[in-house]
Design a protein around this ligand. Structure first.
Ligand SMILES: Nc1ncnc2c1ncn2[C@@H]1O[C@H](COP(=O)(O)OP(=O)(O)OP(=O)(O)O)[C@@H](O)[C@H]1O
Ligand SMILES: [Mg+2]
Length: 339
């Protein structure tokens, strides 16, 4: 499909001519576009792209009119996808000094934690919008960085609702549903979807886990895997993105535990998006606390240095241990009030 600017604030989504030329591709593309129009017209959330207009014709208008723009959607224009943003973040990280001495410094560690927190803020918004969809019994089924964007104000927007599906309670099969297999992008696809087994909306949680790992590591999951290798090692073999020290050095334990639950091969072990949101918020609070403690320690340290230097307070000496004790008590107090 193609999206082109209509004016500064709109984008038009329509079937490309190449797709309309091949009957099977046309049928799939047309079905996806109609599905997208159906859901976008009904869903309302600050983190879902807004549908502004739908062409008066139907998808068949493409054939009748002989024009690729016979049926189209007009949506809010986005300025960047999450995929682009991740690449930009990676570039920025690569530009940071990487010598061992710098990597051992508090500044480096604090910076890494602050950057991780910034990325987790994006993850919280994705979890929020997924929680909204799951609350309506809607499975999104194609969660990936290239289907998430940002508008001019920097607000996160989920788009591309072509694979969205409402779970119908009436066709429940063992608590799961017979939905079309192989939907979505292989890299983020839950094993049960790839294996063409019945599944439920927890497939979005699997995709979210892989996406969250990508957000935290700024690396493409399973980057060098062809589809055969992905099927053998990930889908059938249970392999998951790397969780070694090189990747997880700055990731709080609660984050690591949650990632592993999200991409569990057992759908029933995957957490809900509400639980994910709560854990992410705790993890972010933990990261801020470590960061603030260090900043406060630095500021107390520098005040202490000043007081040592200051001729106006010659007798005012603060023992470093008493500083540390006070700081620790305050931070524990903060922890208690948050739990
Ligand atoms: N509202 C928008 N504003 C600006 N660009 C957009 C918008 N929607 C989509 N795009 C761009 O067009 C690309 C394809 O859009 P979309 O994902 O909706 O179509 P698609 O054909 O279903 O793509 P895919 O099969 O790759 O998921 C996006 O990755 C993005 O770069
Ligand atoms: Mg897409």
């Amino acid at each position: 499909m193609r999206n082109e600017p209509l004016d500064e604030s709109c984008a038009v989504k329509f079937l490309r001519r190449e797709i309309t030329a091949v009957r099977q591709n046309f049928e799939h593309g047309a079905a996806d576009l109609a599905t997208e129009a159906f859901f976008l017209a009904r869903l309302q959330h600050p983190n879902i792209v807004r549908l502004r207009a739908v062409a008066a014709g139907s998808v068949e208008s493409n054939i009748v009119s002989g024009r690729e723009t016979g049926f189209f959607l007009v949506v809010d224009r986005l300025v960047e996808t999450l995929g682009h943003r991740i690449r930009r973040w990676k570039q920025q990280t690569e530009e940071m000094p990487h010598n061992l001495f710098h990597r051992m410094s508090k500044e480096y560690k604090d910076k890494q934690k602050a950057l991780l927190k910034e990325r987790l803020q994006v993850a919280v918004q994705i979890a929020e919008v997924c929680s909204y969809l799951h609350g309506l019994n809607v499975a999104y089924r194609d969660l990936k960085p290239d289907n998430i964007g940002f508008d001019r104000d920097g607000t996160l927007k989920l788009f591309d609702f072509g694979l969205c599906k409402e779970e119908k309670q009436t066709i429940a099969f063992d608590g799961k549903y017979r939905m079309t297999g192989h939907t979505g992008s292989r890299r983020y696809m839950a094993p049960e979807v790839a294996k063409n087994q019945p599944y439920d909306k927890s497939v979005d949680v699997y995709s979210f886990g892989v996406l969250l790992w990508e957000l935290c590591s700024l690396e493409k999951p399973f980057s060098a895997y062809c589809s055969k290798k992905h099927m053998t090692q990930v889908i059938l073999g249970g392999e998951r993105p790397k969780m070694d020290h090189a990747h997880t050095a700055f990731w709080p334990v609660a984050l690591q535990t949650m990632l592993c639950k999200c991409w569990s091969s057992h759908p029933e072990d995957r957490p809900s998006f509400d639980a994910i949101k709560a854990t992410l918020e705790e993890v972010m609070a933990e990261l801020s606390m470590v960061h603030n403690e260090r900043a406060r320690a630095r500021s107390i340290g520098s005040k202490e240095d000043d007081s040592k230097k200051s001729p106006t307070s010659p007798g005012k000496k603060i023992h470093p241990l008493s500083n540390f004790g006070g700081l620790r008590a305050r931070s524990l107090g903060l922890k208690r009030s948050q739990s």
